[in-house]
Write a protein that binds this ligand. Structure first.
Ligand SMILES: [Zn+2]
Length: 157
């Protein structure tokens, strides 16, 4: 219903905002679980709600925001992408396909409500192990970022 409004701006790349609702997960490669982010009330630059909710992969851009709080207003740039809902294959009549739209490749993700929670990107931080001095690996579990030294086998925050 509300998704039809996305159709009008298909292939458009612009700035959107959404309200953080909760974290989630989906099945990833080889049985792994990928963390996802649910934003609701997605609005375009004019404040028009274009869709009620969207799931995003919990990408680096989201992780850099730090811990998200329910109700945080998240701004991002994204591309509007068209896809077919429940598409079965070429045998299906095109006019029977249900078209849906989603925003993809979000970039420049900002937490408008809590910008101070932002984590300095890994590359800029170049955090090193306080014991041996080796660069630390970053891990992220539901928004909690930890750094791990593979040599010392210790976790730091
Ligand atoms: Zn170490």
């Amino acid at each position: 219903m509300s998704r039809t409004k996305l159709k009008e701006i298909e292939e458009f790349r612009g700035t959107f905002t959404g309200i953080f609702e909760r974290m989630g997960s989906k099945s990833g490669w080889k049985g792994s679980t990928e963390t996802t982010v649910l934003l609701i009330d997605i609005q375009d630059e004019n404040g028009i709600i274009i869709t009620e909710h969207l799931w995003f992969n919990y990408t680096k851009g989201f992780r850099e925001l730090g811990t998200l709080t329910v109700g945080d207003s998240i701004q991002f740039n994204a591309r509007v992408k068209k896809y077919y809902k429940g598409y079965q294959g070429y045998s299906e009549e095109p006019w029977n396909r249900e078209t849906d739209y989603k925003l993809s490749h979000p970039t420049k993700i900002t937490n408008l409500t809590h910008p101070e929670k932002r984590i300095v990107p890994w590359e800029e931080k170049a955090k090193k192990c306080p014991i041996c001095g080796k660069p630390l690996a970053e891990s992220n579990i539901l928004g909690k970022i930890d750094f791990y030294c593979r040599k010392c086998k210790k976790t730091f925050d």
